[in-house]
Design a binder for this molecule. Structure first.
Ligand code: GLN
Length: 187
């Protein structure tokens, strides 16, 4: 199985390590020609969503990736990647791929409080570590999107079909459970 990891900004390298440790092949998407290679799934890493959104457009990657996601390419966004997937941001006028019917709040815990660690239930995976870094959370989901995890009453993971969005950073913890969940989604 081959996973493309968006590598214009953010912590893409940690995702590649996680995916490779589970036996997946990965490569980085940095420019339009990288999309010529076939792939089975896409990872949108954490970082800064406004920077990533701007670079995606400048590099001509935004529209082709949006079309692929709309035609059912499995996609996994963490943190800034979740922001890129949401179809509504409650405190930002931007909308990017609009693939996950969910309202997401950027920097939802405040700039300082946004970084913390928790261990909570994730649907089907049991209790897993969750590291939050200037994190968003999901205020609400719609249209059949499924809530997969909550921390302190806030939704931190949701899925609709081939689209998985989570507010934390599984790539920085030792558990590979969420990456495995994504690979199992593709199978
Ligand atoms: N605060 C960032 C944003 O709004 C997300 C933080 C992250 O990806 N760790 O894009």
């Amino acid at each position: 199985m081959t996973i493309a990891v968006l590598a214009v900004q953010g912590d893409f390298a940690e995702h590649e390590d996680a995916l490779r440790s589970l036996g997946a092949d990965c490569f980085e998407i940095r420019q339009l020609s990288d999309l010529d290679r076939p792939f089975d799934g896409l990872v949108l890493p954490g970082g800064e969503s406004t920077v990533q959104g701007k670079l995606l457009r400048e590099l001509g990657l935004f529209e082709p990736l949006k079309r692929k996601i709309e035609s059912g390419l499995p996609v996994f966004g963490t943190c800034a990647g979740l922001i890129l997937l949401a179809d509504k941001l409650s405190n930002d006028d931007n909308v990017y791929f609009a693939a996950l019917p969910a309202t997401v709040r950027r920097n939802a815990y405040g700039r300082q409080l946004g970084s913390f660690y928790a261990e909570e239930e994730f649907a089907g995976l049991g209790r897993i570590p969750m590291t939050f870094i200037r994190a968003p959370f999901i205020e609400s989901v719609r249209d059949g999107a499924e809530v997969l995890a909550e921390v302190g009453g806030n939704i931190v993971a949701a899925r609709k079909g081939s689209v998985l969005g989570i507010a934390f950073h599984p790539e920085v913890d030792e558990s590979r459970a969420v990456h495995k969940y994504f690979l199992d989604m593709i199978k």
